[in-house]
Design a protein around this ligand. Structure first.
Ligand code: SF4
Length: 347
C-alpha cells in the first residue's frame, strides 16, 4: 500500500509534521480527575527540507520547546504525524526509509535517535557533572553499540576537534569549562552519532552575546561540513533572521506565519509577526520604525481565547476574529498565514 506521505522523498523533505498536538491534562482532587487541558501545541503543520535551517520563533510559553521535544518524542505527542526520512533505517537497495516517528515502537525509536538529535538550551544543567567530557560524548556510542575502546576514543577526539576543542579536554569535567565551551560539548554530544537532523532548542540564549556569535558560526560551519538539517528554536528574532532559511512564527501552540526568511521580514502578513519584527533593535539612527506594544499578556493555553487566539492583543481585530478561528493557508509562494485579513492588511 502506498502511504500518502511517500511523495515527500521527491521534494528532498527530511521531516514533515501534520497536525501535531501536545495537550497536558490538568488534574485535581483525590482521584486526580482531569478537569482541563493545557494545549501547549495545538495542531501544527510544517516541513523541513534536507540541509536547511527552519527557525521556530515566538514569545516564552508559546509552545516552541514542547513542539521540538515532541518531534523527538522526548515528550509523547497527543496526536499528529511526524514523518521522517531516515537513512539509518534504509534496508538493502534502499536509500532511505520513511517512518512515522509518532507511531514508532520503542526499538525503532532507539535507531531513529541516531538520526535525530537535540542541543539543549542550558549547557550548565544538560551535562552530567560527575562524568568526564570523554564519557559524556562517548556515552551515545556505547548505548547504541556503535564503538568501544580505541575506536570510541578516536571518534570522541574527532568530534571534539570538529567543535573547536581538543583531545586533552576528554579527561576534564564540565565545571572546568566556560559557558561557550560547555555548549560546544553539548553540540559534540549531538554530533557524535552522525545525525541528519538536529533540534537546537535555544542553544545560545544562556550565553554572553560575544559567545553567542561564536556558537552560531560554529553551527553554520558544522551544517556545511556534515550536511546537517536544523530546527532552530529561539525567542530572539535577530538570531533567527541570521541563521534560518525559513521561519515559522508560533503563538499559543499554533503556527501563525511561515515563510522564507527574507520574505517574512520584508513582507510580514500576520499582525503578531509585525509586532515581533518592530521590537527588534536596529543599529541605525535613521531607522525610525515605531515599536508595536502588544496589549496584555499571552493568554493561558488552558483556556485560550475564542476565534483567533491572537484577537485580544491584535490591533486589527474585527467581529469575525472573536468568533471564527482563521485557517492556516498558503497565500502563494509557500507563504503560510493564519489570519482572516492577511491579504488585505497593509502591515
Ligand atoms: Fe488579528 Fe483578526 Fe488576523 Fe487574528 S484574524 S490576527 S485577530 S486580524
Amino acid at each position: 500500500m502506498i502511504k500518502r506521505w511517500q511523495h515527500l522523498s521527491r521534494n528532498n523533505i527530511l521531516l514533515e509534521v501534520k497536525n501535531l498536538k501536545k495537550h497536558f491534562p490538568i488534574r485535581k482532587g483525590i482521584l486526580k480527575r482531569e478537569v482541563a487541558r493545557a494545549k501547549a501545541v495545538d495542531g501544527i503543520d510544517m516541513y523541513i527540507r534536507e540541509g536547511e535551517t527552519l527557525g521556530l520563533v515566538g514569545e516564552s510559553g508559546c509552545g516552541k520547546t514542547t513542539a521540538g521535544r515532541s518531534l523527538l518524542r522526548l515528550i509523547e505527542p497527543t496526536a499528529g504525524e511526524i514523518i521522517f526520512r531516515s537513512k539509518k533505517l534504509a534496508g538493502p537497495g534502499e536509500e532511505y526509509r520513511m517512518v512515522n516517528v509518532a507511531a514508532a515502537s520503542h526499538k525503532l525509536l532507539m535507531t531513529l535517535r541516531r538520526d535525530m538529535q537535540i542541543i539543549f538550551q542550558d549547557p550548565y544543567s544538560s551535562l552530567n557533572p560527575r562524568m568526564t567530557v570523554g564519557a559524556i560524548i562517548g556515552e551515545p556510542l556505547l548505548v547504541h553499540g556503535l564503538a568501544k575502546g580505541s575506536e570510541l576514543k578516536d571518534r570522541v577526539c574527532g568530534v571534539l576537534a570538529a567543535v573547536g576543542l581538543n583531545a586533552d579536554h576528554m579527561k576534564r569535567y564540565p565545571h572546568e569549562f566556560s559557558g561557550g565551551q560547555r555548549q560546544r560539548i553539548g553540540i559534540a554530544r549531538a554530533l557524535v552519532l552522525d545525525p541528519q537532523l538536529i533540534i537546537a532548542d535555544e542553544p545560545v540564549s544562556a550565553l554572553d552575546v560575544s559567545i553567542q556569535a561564536q556558537v552560531i558560526n560554529l553551527l553554520e560551519d558544522l551544517q556545511h561540513k556534515f550536511g546537517l538539517t536544523y530546527l532552530f528554536i529561539s525567542h530572539d528574532l535577530s538570531v533567527i533572521k541570521h541563521i534560518s532559511n525559513r521561519v515559522a512564527v508560533m503563538y499559543l501552540g499554533k503556527i501563525v506565519e511561515l515563510a522564507k526568511t527574507e520574505e517574512l521580514f520584508l513582507n510580514p502578513k500576520h499582525p503578531y509577526t509585525e509586532a515581533l519584527i518592530s521590537a527588534v533593535p536596529v543599529p541605525d539612527p535613521d531607522h525610525n520604525v515605531e515599536e508595536i506594544i502588544l496589549k496584555g499578556d499571552v493568554p493561558t493555553p488552558v483556556n485560550p481565547p475564542s476565534g483567533c487566539y491572537f484577537h485580544p492583543r491584535c490591533r486589527y481585530t474585527q467581529e469575525i476574529c472573536k468568533n471564527e478561528p482563521p485557517c492556516y493557508r498558503d497565500l502563494g509562494g509557500k507563504h503560510y498565514v493564519t489570519c482572516h485579513f492577511a491579504e488585505s492588511l497593509s502591515l
